[in-house]
Ligand binder design. Structure first.
Ligand SMILES: [Zn+2]
Length: 67
């Protein structure tokens, strides 16, 4: 696995993205869009690990949960 970042999914590798913040007056500025990350005990390659993964990976059944 790659280097652990708190705001990066360790399954699909998705992290924060840059998007536009648009005000009511339609002033456009860059904002950091975080992804929905939570830490869970999962089984990875037969080993029980505590990793950060996005809720999309969690809900799509890409990991096997362990306790
Ligand atoms: Zn993910």
């Amino acid at each position: 696995m790659s280097v652990t970042h708190s705001s990066q999914c360790e399954i699909c590798g998705r992290g924060p993205r840059v998007s536009n913040q648009i005000s009511h007056a339609h002033n456009v500025s860059k904002r950091r869009q975080q992804i929905n990350i939570s830490r869970h005990h999962v089984v990875v390659n037969g080993a029980r690990r505590f990793i950060a993964l996005c809720t999309r990976c969690l809900r799509s059944g890409r990991v096997q949960k362990a306790g």
